[in-house]
Design a protein around this ligand. Structure first.
Ligand code: ATP
Length: 829
């Protein structure tokens, strides 16, 4: 299934329905304690509360709850349907999955809401009616296919209610990660009457037994699944097909043994019901966690596995909680209200399910052609055998005799049958084990995906902690180098950065432990099953070897061979499915990693974009105003902007600064002679803004790169160069040739060469204080984050020993090359 639509956040809709007080409750003298206050609010009063009891005045358990919609005894079935489910139909035929489920204690009206009565039909019937109406309205342009399946989960076993004789069914996760019921009957129809009949038929099959709490108590969870497939009637090569599933679920009610007075089978049913509802409650708890990072264990019951997508995946979900208004049911009502209240904060991500039909047609075509050729082959074989029967090879008299002998021997036939049964049984068992192994593999993969997610979370954190530590150590080293002994004493080193784990990491660790334990359990089960499978295979092999000796006729032998082949193929098929599933899961795992890198790349891109904007803005403001950026620093306005930029580049700059610090320390010790003023005539053509450079703006650059580097640096718009000689205030300065600089020592030269290479990719627009600029001893400094005291983003100026002349200078702004800066260092528009 291909998703081309944007996924949207959807908050679980929670409705509450209070049923009328029953006759039995009235007889028992129950009072009404649950009231609807308005369309959304209900109050549950404390039955123990006595208004005259002053001592209990502060211990009241009365509580008000707010839901998306609330109904009381006066609400009709139609009102409930309209406010909860009707709105899902439109989404359903546009490709959005949906789920409606009724939740609550036994006897509180779940079945009444979902199924209803003949006179007051419930949500099932109304939804299907409206769905078919909607289909009919658009059927001129669209072609629909509606399939329906109806199942129950009884004692943790899945039964097909449309075909109860099919035995118990298994849950499978398909390659798209969706849970499917293997082998369930899916009835395709768009005939409302037909669907209703099926529904009624299914309901008759549902396990219902009277209990003390409810005369028609449902002992199972019933799940009605409706699949809607929609495609345009005008055929195209690339046709869009929408597919969505609607689950309508009538859960069994939670029950207390004391209340239901259940014994024997009913008690066992109750235990299963409560177990699966507990698993559901746990999932609701985990999903409603504020940080949303808690591990959600859907694997605890079939119900939660089936509801996986509805609760935490791709589905618009509505929960209709039911309570009794009776004072006797206070505890049950309170529990239900608490769960329903929590469920409100569950969020799912819904996206439209679109199928790329061309892809599927291609796939089906190849499958169909394969099947056709197989049928042809088998037909030919049958025809050959038939002709052989008609014209037996009379020449081989011994063969005929043997055949006659075999046919006449009753005993050998019985033996054969027995062997045959054994063989079939071995195959069947093998298939069962394969299925179970596949399920285990699937669970294992899910665990691995969850594990890798948590490991990534922990790895991220470890990386972050390592980065913080390194940063802290770097700062410490710098500090200790810069400060005098006395200063060191006064400024005692800061403590190590906080390395306590975040809650997310702690949860990830906890979850890892749980997952490991589960994985071990699965491995153990797998080992047992694999051993059993090997035994069965061996048994089947022996039987297969034995059979040809027992069967006498060629025909029998052929049939047996064919049957063996069929079973072998079945097993191969299962193996292939299993390996496809494994591959799929591996791909999914990789997708998670790719997604993360993609997010990271996106984030980096955004940061770079923002920095560019800041830089460009800052640069032009500087030019227009004709003031030195550094001069504006003093006003405080630019400081804020700079801080913003600096914060953005902080991580990059700090790393670069550390790497370069040593180089620059040496560089600082052998600063070039003062730059000479720029010859305005020589560079007139480059001054495109004004004939005379803007007063106060000094564009300063690093040293001029070596000739071979000039070309590269010109691409970066501003090549580094060394300003030499005094730079007059308010003039554009262009650094002079590197030759003018006193030649450094050979080792230093090599060092300098490397440094220049690095600098050729960076430059700075820097403002010196006007007073400084006027000073003829104005210096042009190398372009490096560490070359300026204010570019030490962490607020650590360089050692005064190394850069005494810069200590008093105002801040510099470091920027990356911009396309509108001329390679000569002058800005063009
Ligand atoms: N809103 C209502 N209006 C009228 N009758 C109701 C209403 N809700 C429930 N009832 C009646 O209450 C009884 C119990 O309801 P129902 O069987 O639907 O409960 P349940 O929650 O499905 O119970 P269980 O979990 O045991 O299956 C039924 O006789 C039903 O007709």
């Amino acid at each position: 299934m291909k998703d081309t639509g944007e996924s949207k956040d959807h908050q679980l809709t929670v409705a509450l329905r209070i049923r009328p007080l029953s006759d039995a409750e009235l007889e028992e003298g129950a009072t009404i304690i649950a009231h609807k206050l308005d369309d959304q609010m209900v109050v549950l009063m404390d039955p123990m509360e006595d208004p005259d009891d002053i001592l209990r005045a502060h211990r009241s358990r009365e509580k008000t709850y707010m839901f998306d919609v609330a109904f009381d005894y006066s609400a009709t079935q139609d009102e409930v349907y309209r406010s909860t489910t009707k709105c899902l139909i439109e989404g359903l035929i546009s490709g959005y999955n949906a789920t409606v489920f009724a939740y609550g204690p036994t006897g509180c009206g779940k079945t009444y809401t979902m199924l209803g009565t003949d006179r007051e039909p419930g949500i099932y019937v109304r939804t299907l009616n409206d769905l078919f109406k909607a289909i009919e309205e658009t059927s001129d342009d669209m072609q629909y296919n509606v399939s329906m399946s109806y199942l129950e989960i009884y004692n943790e076993m899945i039964r097909d209610l449309l075909n109860p004789s099919s035995g118990f069914l298994d849950l499978r996760e398909d390659s798209k990660g969706e849970i499917q019921v293997a082998g369930i009957t899916e009835v395709s129809t768009i005939n409302a009457r037909e669907v209703m009949e099926l529904l009624m038929k299914g309901n008759k099959q549902r396990t219902q037994e009277p209990t003390a709490a409810n005369q028609t108590s449902s002992r199972s969870h019933a799940v009605l699944q409706v699949g809607v497939r929609q495609q345009s009637r005008c055929r195209d090569i690339l046709q869009e097909v929408r597919f969505a599933r609607l689950f309508m679920i009538d859960l069994a009610g939670s029950e207390r043994a004391s209340q239901t007075q259940n014994r024997g089978q009913r008690l066992k049913e109750g235990a299963h019901i409560n177990r699966s509802l507990l698993a559901l409650g746990n999932c609701i708890n985990a999903l409603s966690e504020k940080n949303g990072n808690k591990y959600v264990n859907y694997r605890d019951s079939k119900l939660t596995r089936l509801l996986k997508d509805s609760l935490g995946g791709n589905s618009r979900t509505v929960m209709i909680a039911h309570i009794s208004p009776a004072s006797l049911a206070f505890e049950d009502s309170r529990n239900t209200l608490t769960y329903a209240d929590r469920a409100k904060s569950i969020r799912t991500r819904v996206k439209r399910n679109l199928l790329n039909v061309s892809y599927h047609i291609a796939q089906y075509t190849s499958i169909i052609s394969d099947l056709r050729s197989e049928i042809q082959r088998l037909k030919k074989k049958i025809a050959d055998q038939a002709s052989k029967q008609l014209n037996p090879d009379r020449t081989d008299i011994r063969h005929v005799q043997a055949e006659v002998q075999a046919h006449s021997s009753q005993q050998s036939r019985a033996e054969m049958d027995q062997l045959w049964e054994q063989l079939i049984d071995a195959f069947r068992q093998q298939m069962d084990i394969r299925k179970r192994l596949m399920e285990l593999d699937n669970s294992n993969m899910e665990i691995q995906i969850d594990t890798s997610k948590h490991l990534l979370t922990i790895a991220d954190w470890e990386q972050e902690r390592f980065r913080r530590r390194k940063k802290w150590q770097g700062e410490r080293r710098k500090e200790s180098f810069n400060k005098d002994e006395s200063e060191k004493d006064s400024d005692s080193p800061e403590s190590l950065p906080d390395s306590t784990e975040t809650q997310e990491v702690a949860i990830a660790r906890d979850n890892l432990v749980t997952l490991m334990a589960e994985q071990k359990k699965i491995q153990k089960q797998k080992a047992g099953l694999e051993q059993r499978l090997a035994e069965l295979r061996e048994k089947a092999r022996r039987l297969e070897e034995l059979l040809p000796h027992r069967v006498s006729s060629e025909e029998q032998r052929e049939v047996l061979c064919l049957l063996c082949k069929v079973h072998e193929l079945e097993i191969e098929n299962a193996e292939m499915q299993s390996s496809a599933l494994l591959k799929d899961n591996v791909i999914r795992q990789k997708n998670v990693v790719v997604q993360r890198f993609e997010q990271h790349r996106h984030l980096c891109h955004e940061i770079i974009q923002q920095q560019r904007k800041f830089i460009a803005g800052e640069l032009f403001t500087g030019i227009r105003n004709g003031t030195e950026i550094s001069a504006r620093d003093e006003s405080g306005q630019t400081v804020a902007v700079k801080q913003q930029i600096l914060r953005g580049v902080q991580n990059i700059a700090v790393k670069a600064a550390r790497r370069r610090s040593k180089v620059l320390e040496i560089d600082a010790l052998r600063l070039p002679p003062p730059p000479s003023p720029l010859d305005p005539k020589k560079h007139k053509s480059n001054l495109s803004l004004t004939e005379a450079p803007p007063k106060g703006l000094v564009l300063r650059r690093g040293r001029q790169p070596s000739p071979e580097l000039c070309h590269a640096t010109s691409d970066d718009n501003l090549s580094s160069s060394t300003g030499e000689g005094p730079a007059p205030s308010g003039t554009w300065t262009r650094p002079r040739n590197r030759q003018a600089v006193k030649n450094p020592a050979p080792r230093e030269q090599d060092f300098e060469g490397r440094r220049r290479k690095r600098r050729s990719r960076s430059f700075e627009v820097t403002g010196q204080a006007l007073s400084q600029a006027k000073n003829t001893s104005q210096r042009f400094r190398p372009l490096d984050s560490t070359s300026d005291p204010h570019l030490h983003i962490n607020g650590h100026p360089p050692a005064p020993l190394l850069r005494p002349q810069h200590r008093a200078q105002p801040q510099l702004t470091k920027i990356r090359p911009s396309h509108n800066i001329h390679p000569t260092g002058l800005i063009s528009q």
